[in-house]
Design a protein around this ligand. Sequence first.
Ligand code: F6P
Length: 357
Amino acid sequence: MRIGILNSGGDCPGLNAVIHGVVGAADQLGWEVVGFKDGFEGLLPPGDFRILKPSDTIGILKLGGTILGSTNKGHFAAKLGAGDIAEVPAEIVAHAKSTMDRMEISALIIVGGDGSLTTGLQLFRAGWPIVGVPKTIDNDLCATAMTFGFDSAVTTVVDALDRLNTTAESHKRVMVLEVMGRHAGWIALWGGMAGGANVILLPEIPFNLETVAGFIRQRDSRGQHATLVVVAEGAKMPEGGLVTMANNCGGEIRLGGIGEQVAEKLQSLTGKETRSTTLGHLQRGGAPTAFDRILGMRFGVMAVKLAEEGKFGRMVSYQAYHVDSVPIEEAVNKLHLVDPEGEVVNAAKSVGICMGD
Ligand code: F6P
């Protein structure tokens, strides 16, 4: 038997761990693994792929990125923005299917986020033998408690905050750190809490910068002259909403720039020197954490098990320390967002973190 695997959408730490898991588990069954390059694009005739043997995966577990390449653009991009869904044209689907048929691929493992799994669902409904594996640093997929890549991104945020803290203390400054996450605030919330942020601003909780400025003044009056502010790229400015980049190049809107705006406003409201840093793609690069290596590997092994059992149209899912699976349709087209009234936000507020509300 021959199975295919592709990585689609933005890359994230742990993709190679999934490949490692898939190739190892498939080899135990005597199956051959075909790795399609650059996401779904690799399926287009004549097909761009490489055969993956266990010897090809030696040492990749600890590598960031993906040995197969990935793209969040191209012929198969199914998601246009928050809530907008685009279907992949039937002729493209048929074209790609001809490669699947010619190569006698009996199962196709799609490692992707919401957009890529939405494409996977379309292909499954068109009769393809699809197994999904949830991937994104944003942790915004429903039906899985966590995606691999998230823990690595959070670890990068924590490292950045530790560094910003020392210089903030030296200069008695306010430091604003803008982090990724698209429309979900998970990276900001977890990274901010673990990194000792004093203020965390999320897409899920409307904030008021006067409130934040008052909080900073109060800290100053207590002798706490340095303040760390984490703002999620998808948070909305009180007057102005989402902050996006000018150079959107097709596909989903590019978020970014809110950190600078928050910093300017806080400086004028508090009179305190304020600097902003945008962490950007540092959150996506580099080696995966131990947690993401294990989660990715277990996801890969479970994906092969689903293929072996013929359980197509399902996505590997992490629930309460256990790796299982759910129908792909339960996971896509609705975002897994931070609950503003939930236990994690309450814990943050209980330890004195200001959420700007
Ligand atoms: O979805 C992952 C993510 O890193 C988001 O957090 C971010 O908004 C986006 O991708 C950036 O995409 P690109 O790499 O295309 O700029």
